[in-house]
Design a protein around this ligand. Structure first.
Ligand code: PLP
Length: 309
């Protein structure tokens, strides 16, 4: 079972941080559960409660082939005896399911949890929030509880408000990776008056601030640092992978290449560029995503790139 007690605070000492008058801590949300990790557990918690209240026996959601969210929904569904359906981007993956499962640990894990897949073309996948597409799904499947891609909705934000607690009050800055914006919205809502929340988007583009504003009324205690997306979602570089490997070697903390690797790279770089004032106390949130490392290594291997150790 997921255990939030595992999400402890750890001090980071890392030789590549040259400014030594700041203090840097990490909150290990990745240790909540190996597959229902970090923010995905927080985001699903109240949605599962709601699905049960509505007497829906099935969770339906959307994701890519290596999605942390797909992995988390499959596992939490299994734990709560709820059926799960994953609408997965890429119809080619459905042609030979056995082969797909042999080559993809995320989907294999979800499948073994009992998730049923519906593989769709990339163009159909883009329609996933349209009324017509959802009506088609409602005709095809049982009375399901729909969770959007990435899991962000009002209840997910409520769950993420619980990441911060009395132990985190002592920090001046809370830093977090941003995908759809649900997690940072929760942090913004529950941050104390003296705290500032800084998001590091892993996607290109500037639509995120308005997404975040859908879930929070606060406007002055947060900002986005858009310098560390490394080209966009799921894009990486040898520089980033090298950083992730060195960070793990020194601190023993694994980082994923899509979210938390970019976050820590950004925070360390920002510290070294003296973005934070002297004596600042900084907390980074480790939102998890470790299950995705193997999938990324499969892709990196094909490109003959550096692998995550
Ligand atoms: C999904 C995810 C995020 C992004 O969360 P959002 O609420 O979509 O912004 C960050 N880190 C990890 C590890 C994730 O899996």
């Amino acid at each position: 079972m997921p255990n939030i007690e595992n999400s402890t605070l750890q001090k980071i000492t890392f030789s590549e941080i040259v400014q030594d008058d700041i203090s840097l801590y990490i909150k290990r949300e990745d240790l909540i559960h190996p597959e229902i990790s970090g923010n995905k557990y927080r985001k699903l918690k109240y949605n599962v409660v709601q699905a049960k209240l509505e007497n829906r026996g099935t969770l339906l959601t959307f994701g890519g082939a290596y999605s942390n969210h797909i992995s988390a929904v499959a596992a939490i569904g299994k734990q709560h005896n709820l059926k799960t359906i994953g609408v997965i981007r890429g119809d080619e993956l459905g042609v030979d399911l056995e082969k797909t499962l042999a080559n993809n640990k995320t989907l294999k894990f979800a499948y073994d949890c009992g998730m049923q897949f519906k593989f769709v073309t990339r163009s159909d996948y883009r329609e996933k929030t349209s009324k017509v597409f959802i009506e088609k799904l409602q005709n095809e499947f049982d009375n399901f509880y729909l969770i959007p891609e990435g899991g962000t909705n009002e209840l997910a934000v409520n769950g993420c408000e619980e990441i911060l607690n009395s132990e985190t009050d002592k920090f001046d800055y809370i830093c977090v990776a941003v995908g759809t914006g649900g997690t940072i919205a929760g942090l913004i809502n529950s941050a104390k008056k003296h705290q500032k929340v800084i998001g590091f988007p892993v996607l290109k583009g500037d639509f995120l601030a308005s997404e975040i504003k859908n879930y929070t009324e606060k406007t002055t205690n947060w900002s986005l640092n858009t310098d560390y997306h490394f080209g966009g979602y799921a894009k990486t570089s040898d520089e980033l992978i090298g950083f992730i490997n060195r960070f793990k070697k020194e601190t023993n903390i694994p980082l994923d290449p899509i979210y938390t690797g970019k976050l820590l790279f950004g925070v360390v770089d920002a510290i070294n560029k003296k973005v934070f004032e002297k004596d600042a106390k900084i907390l980074v949130i480790h939102t998890g995503g470790i299950q995705g490392i193997e999938g990324m290594n499969t892709i990196l291997k094909k490109k003959n790139s550096l692998l995550i150790e």
